[in-house]
Design a protein around this ligand. Sequence first.
Ligand SMILES: Nc1ncnc2c1ncn2[C@@H]1O[C@H](COP(=O)(O)OP(=O)(O)OP(=O)(O)O)[C@@H](O)[C@H]1O
Ligand SMILES: [Mg+2]
Length: 381
Amino acid sequence: MARSENPFRPGFNSPPPAFVGRERLLGAVREALAVAALDGRTPRPIVITGTRGVGKTVALGEAAALAATEHAWPTVHVEVRPGRDLTPLLTERIVAAGHLLEHTTADDRRHPVITGGKIGASALGVGGEVEVHLERPGSGAADPLEAALRATMHTAMEEGAGLVVTLDEVQYAQRAELAGFTAVLQERMGDNWPLVVLVAGLPSIREPRRTVTYLERGEWHELGLLTRDEAEQALREPAADAGRPMDADAARELAAASGGYPYAVQLYGHHAWRASSGSDHIALEHALAARTAARRELEEGLYVARWNDASEREREYLTAAARLIVRRGEATGGAVAAELGKAATEVSYLRDRLLKKGTLYSEGARLVFITPGMAEWVAGL
Ligand SMILES: Nc1ncnc2c1ncn2[C@@H]1O[C@H](COP(=O)(O)OP(=O)(O)OP(=O)(O)O)[C@@H](O)[C@H]1O
Ligand SMILES: [Mg+2]
């Protein structure tokens, strides 16, 4: 039997073989592109939040792909990193996008990857960590970012095209830089630029202290876990497409084990594919074998990383929450405080910090570990 490649992508920033669920978000992206391209108005920015591993980065990539295939628009992508200035990178890439728009035809830009020495649309997009070094725009201009944006949007409109800007990990952005960028957007609203801005970050960006008004008025999308059906689809579709279909009971087993956490869905799929090597389908026995291997990998990777990232006090909090979840099936902030023998107000800052870090998330009053199986792991320490 021909050996076919494992279709699953258990890695951060790795586009999944089947991007499932998220219809509301994709609909909003399509709508924003249409407003900018057809109605000649600048749509509100789209803000994507969610804990680690739910698919924010790949969602930005899907938006870039839609812009390329449906409108032949390039995307400027910047991942904010702690301690690195956002503005120079953003400026540089916006200038590069202007060059791209000037020197390529719409047909060139519709292809996700352009080879043969030209700059590809993907070079500016998600996944293309290609650094573009160009001279800074108009040295006399008061604000290089504004000048770059103005020049590039001018070119875009002349070419009958537009631009998408995606900013990832905005929780790391310095507020002043974010405010600087959005101030330009705000001021230029009346110019009706064909410009679609998407930003993504951890849920903490929603806090009034952390965000800027322009984004507050954007369209917010909180990404959560996939439903059971969606998780099954994310497992079965790629397997079938790659020539090794997955049995319904195997998919059910893996979807349940993953808890609908997108990263875990890919990880379980990946291990099931490996366990079924040599077989022409993925059966329940392969799924069961995969469960053990995948869980071990989750433990070694995500659980340990989050645990190491927690302070002594935060670990006490996590341990109390985990024990409650294992013992009673759920933990609330109040119950965790009681378990620790403290008043809720005394430990609520720990809860807030762990929510902000994305170790826990809240479902109404209930506190849930974002990584499936982590409660059991912590309780067993
Ligand atoms: N809708 C989806 N369907 C199937 N798999 C998905 C989906 N969304 C994300 N994934 C998978 O989940 C994993 C995490 O995705 P991604 O890196 O985009 O998460 P993230 O939210 O950006 O995480 P982080 O906050 O750590 O950057 C990847 O393996 C990706 O392929
Ligand atoms: Mg990401």
